[in-house]
Design a protein around this ligand. Structure first.
Ligand code: FUB
Length: 350
């Protein structure tokens, strides 16, 4: 992760060419999970802060403590910060690192799903509930039973079924759960426990939620991504394999699973026929942004599709101080997504 390479970037030129500007500038925000509730856009991002933690490959420098919900009347209108919606101190089971959240609505109630490290240093996923989309949210006393890893994304399918996609490798600890329980050996290595390069890649997980949206209704299953020959993507296929940042959207009856490739910095996608997959790799949605991480959501608003994403342009390249952005997303006549270059003809150096 060559953080120094950002010094080569001419930020004035980059910002001029950028497809969009940060939606919120008075705080740093990242990992935007956008939804349309009651005709309005609500964005559930991480709230980035500089807590003074040293940079490492486990993401210790992402030491976030709370969530703010951002609302917009439309993708081009002003974004409003609705203040603190949930703080780590109000989550009995959580200790630190409030990473990428998501939200869902059911029967007039709003559910905030979020990962955090517990007092044992293990990432779990929790739920907090509110009567308002902007919170404040009240956390459940315990994390979701049998939850693990990071980056929950909750998708409501037709028929009122809700599915959670989740997981992230390296600092997200997904690789440490390969045998069904948390592997405590080699705790400081982000890459120990990963499959070998020529083995099938580690998959994101998908699980249907219970009717009250507070628990898993089944064992999480692998989100399998197949290549052009219908074989699973390999762990060594780093420009296409799953790393973190799951999202699901449905377009013309097909299920689009999108995700970040992490250390190669792409947002890619794969298409399937049902929420569980398998999904066939279909291409890139977003080329690398300034900053190491890339994380997004895709949402339809008044018949048009939008990509919410983040970059570190406002902080001039500081990896853990990111800003949420939005741009249009186009599905072509065959259902494929047109790749987005976030700075036009300029390439981000990561
Ligand atoms: O914001 C912390 C972590 O960085 C997220 O959980 C990942 O998806 C990456 O964006």
């Amino acid at each position: 992760m060559p953080e120094e390479s950002i010094n080569h970037i001419n930020f004035d030129e980059l910002n001029q060419k950028a497809l969009s500007q940060p939606l919120i500038q008075h705080i740093y925000t990242a990992d935007p999970s956008a939804h349309v509730f009651n005709g309005k856009i609500y964005i559930y991002p991480s709230h980035d802060v500089d807590a003074g933690e040293a940079f490492d490959d486990l993401g210790s420098h992402f030491a976030m403590e709370d969530y703010h919900v951002i609302s917009m009347d439309s993708p081009t209108s002003e974004a409003k910060d609705n203040g603190v919606a949930l703080h780590v101190n109000d989550v009995p089971w959580a200790k630190k690192q409030m990473w990428a959240p998501d939200a869902a609505e059911k029967d007039g109630k709003y559910f905030l799903f979020f990962p955090a490290k517990g007092h044992d240093g293990i990432f779990r996923i929790g739920v907090a509930v509110s009567n308002s989309p902007v919170g404040p949210f009240t956390a459940q006393a315990e994390a979701i039973k049998n939850s693990f890893s990071i980056d929950p994304a909750v998708f409501k399918d037709t028929g009122d079924s809700y599915y959670m996609y989740f997981g992230g490798i390296w600092g997200g600890q997904l690789q440490r759960w390969r045998n069904g329980s948390f592997n405590t050996t080699q705790p400081e290595s982000p890459t120990a426990h990963l499959p070998k390069e020529n083995e099938p890649a580690l998959c994101a997980k998908v699980v249907r939620l219970t009717d009250d949206l507070l628990e898993f209704s089944e064992e999480p299953k692998d989100v399998l991504i197949l290549d052009e020959t219908d074989n699973p993507l390999l762990q060594g296929d780093t420009k296409r394999r799953f790393f973190e940042a799951s999202w699901m959207h449905k377009y013309n009856g097909k299920y689009y699973f999108s995700y970040s490739t992490g250390d190669t910095h792409f947002i890619c996608y794969a298409i399937g026929d049902n929420p569980y997959g398998p999904f066939k790799y279909a291409g890139r949605i977003l080329n690398p942004v300034v900053g190491w991480t890339s994380h997004h959501s895709i949402v339809e608003f008044e018949g048009e599709w939008y990509l919410f994403y983040h970059d570190s342009s406002l902080s001039k390249g500081v990896t853990h101080l990111r800003s949420i952005k939005v741009t249009k997303l186009i599905h072509d006549e065959n259902g494929f997504i047109k790749t987005i270059n976030p700075y036009g003809d300029l390439k981000a150096v990561v």
